[in-house]
Write a protein that binds this ligand. Structure first.
Ligand code: OFO
Length: 166
């Protein structure tokens, strides 16, 4: 049986993951409207992964006899000054999510909740990848420049991203 504190904290994290999905969907919509199909696709794959993250937490709560409580999601931003600005925002967002996951691991230790601790280790590893993906995209956009041919090539390159299986 999951403890009340951990249940509440994981419910909060479900909200964070779904808010991440919402943010990346908004970025996808923004890029699609601007004609950057590759970057729109990258963000769409990312949004899909975030929903899967939320469901991992959802299932953990249910499997341990807890109750999932869904919270209201804030409306995400809808416009970014440039592709680089959007990917920098994505990278910053992932750093925030990493901090959330680390706090949850600390709580699992404090509460002696070994089951949650084990489940959360997957997220610790995943966040290394999440930050790396966003940071590599930022690096690519910086290298290729903010306009013209360079950006077209970067868009094509980022569009090659496909959903990963864990
Ligand atoms: Fe769920 O990792 Fe990104 O936010």
């Amino acid at each position: 049986m999951i403890g009340k504190k951990m249940e509440a904290a994981l419910n909060e994290q479900i909200k964070e993951e779904l808010a991440s999905a919402y943010l990346y969907l908004s970025m996808s919509a923004h890029f699609a409207a601007e004609g950057w199909d590759g970057m729109a696709g990258w963000m769409r794959v990312q949004a899909q992964e975030e929903q899967e993250h939320a469901m991992r937490l959802f299932d953990h709560i249910v499997e341990r006899g807890g109750k999932v409580k869904l919270h209201a999601l804030p409306a995400p931003e809808a416009k970014w000054a440039s592709p680089l600005a959007a990917f920098q925002a994505a990278h910053k967002h992932e750093q925030h999510i990493t901090a959330c996951i680390h706090s949850l691991v600390d709580l699992a230790v404090k509460e002696k909740d070994h089951a949650a601790g084990a489940m959360l280790q997957w997220f610790v590893t995943e966040q290394v990848e999440e930050e790396d993906h966003a940071s590599k995209a930022v690096q690519l956009l910086k290298l290729m420049g903010s306009e013209g041919r360079g950006l077209v090539i970067a868009d094509h390159e980022l569009g090659r991203r496909v959903a990963e299986k864990d």
